[in-house]
Ligand binder design. Structure first.
Ligand code: APR
Ligand code: PHB
Length: 388
């Protein structure tokens, strides 16, 4: 098989890149380890910045998002039972879109299928070859048969545990990482959201988040210990604990119900530098991870893909290498800003083990955030994705 760009991974990064390239007449094949159903079964965050909304429109897959997504003008932060609002629209003129990542992935998959662009699912033993040479290759097995793709470039969009980053010699890569000493226990339920806007909760019992997927589907999270077992959290226990962390109004309004998904996720910050190695370009979670507190994961993947797709178009159409040469540097500039924001928001709102001093610092910083217009504006700009 021969293609111009071989894309490893059919998550949001790989699918969006494939769609943008396809629209520009650049041939690409996606190789994915799992089945499409498996990929769609993963529940992830659902807050999208305007830049990512525009990119999904450019990829021709934005119509359902505009019809079903919820535009949010602001967000709420609850500190020890008292709720505060940050008005994104008033402070920055921008809003965010709340639309599940699962739905985005589905829209991208449907868009790709409609265009007839190839995705090879259930491919295993995926391996990258000659990434420093002029003719890189991707090999894999499918249904027991070995296959090979020759290409001009490889886009490593295979997430944090993928093979792409691991194919680079360790001496050529620098990794920066922080693992947080807590996780998030998430619950999805077909119940109306407790509020029209997301509520980020900082309580002495630990962080909580009230989010949503639609007017009838809610997503809630509780900070939990990494040793926690999801089986020891029956729905009743989850709701009882959430209520303890909420303010009075939210506690009264909360509609509980049976969970349709429950899982525990660790929190991690991670960046690898650079994001390009010869003809291999990393994008999305393959190159960086943010803790979910700032809702930046998908947005960062989208911004990588924007830079990379433009650079590849420049290469094929304008015969210019400038975009490809600057890809890593440009992407990382944006990545580190989102890493800083996600780390800051995580440290500000979670219960940190054994640290009375840090707790006082959190409360002082939160008070400043709500009282100072410049501090609120900085928060709002970072959350909506401005300026980069
Ligand atoms: N070979 C082929 N495919 C692989 C391999 C491999 N060796 N390893 C992983 N994959 C696939 C995974 O099965 C997955 O479908 O790559 C895909 C990576 O998708 P994501 O993990 O969703 O990563 P990305 O597309 O960068 O996502 C960016 O979406 O899931 C979120 O937290 C993520 O918000 C971030 C955003
Ligand atoms: C979610 O809806 O899953 C969600 C929203 C905002 C976040 C993290 C997760 O910051």
């Amino acid at each position: 098989m021969r293609t111009q760009v071989a894309i490893i991974g059919a998550g949001p990064a790989g699918l969006l890149l494939g769609q943008l390239l396809h629209k520009q007449g650049i041939d690409n094949v996606i190789v994915e380890r799992h089945t499409g159903e498996y990929v769609l079964g993963r529940i992830r965050a659902g807050v999208i910045e305007q830049v990512a909304v525009d990119l999904l429109d450019e990829a021709g897959v934005g119509s359902r998002m505009h019809a079903e997504g919820l535009v949010h003008d602001g967000t709420q932060i609850c500190v020890e039972g008292v709720r505060h609002r940050v008005d994104f629209k008033a402070l920055t003129g921008k809003t965010v879109m709340v639309y599940g990542q699962t739905e985005i992935t589905k829209d991208l998959m449907d868009g790709r299928a409609a265009e007839g662009a190839p995705t090879i699912y259930s491919a295993y033993d995926v391996a990258l070859h000659d990434i420093q040479g002029a003719r890189p290759r991707v090999t894999f097995r499918k249904n027991g048969v070995g296959q090979e793709i020759e290409c001009d470039f490889i886009a490593g969009c295979d997430g944090f545990h993928g093979i792409s980053r691991k194919s680079v010699p360790p001496s050529a890569i620098a990794n920066y990482e922080r693992v947080y000493p807590f996780g998030w226990l998430g619950l999805l339920s077909d119940t109306p959201p407790v509020s029209d806007e997301l509520i980020y909760v900082r309580s002495s019992l630990g962080f909580a988040l009230c989010s949503m997927r639609s007017p009838t589907r809610s997503r809630y999270y509780l900070q939990c210990s990494l040793a926690e077992d999801v089986d020891s959290w029956p729905d009743e226990r989850f709701w009882d604990e959430l209520k303890l962390r909420l303010d009075d109004e939210a506690r009264e309004r909360l509609v509980t119900g049976a969970s349709i998904e429950k899982s525990i996720a660790p929190l991690r910050s991670f960046v690898c530098e650079p994001m390009r190695f010869g003809r291999l370009f990393l994008a999305g979670d393959a190159a960086h991870i943010v803790p979910p507190t700032g809702a930046k994961g998908l947005n960062l993947a989208a911004s990588d893909v924007q830079y990379l797709s433009r650079a590849l178009v420049e290469h094929y159409r304008d015969k210019s290498e400038a975009g490809l040469d600057h890809y890593s540097e440009r992407a990382l500039l944006r990545v580190w800003k989102a890493e800083r924001f996600s780390w800051w928001m995580t440290t500000l709102l979670h219960r940190l083990p054994d640290s009375d001093f840090e707790q006082k610092m959190q409360l002082a910083e939160l008070d400043y955030l709500f009282r100072s217009k410049s501090a609120s504006t900085a928060f709002a700009e970072n959350y909506v994705g401005l300026p980069y």
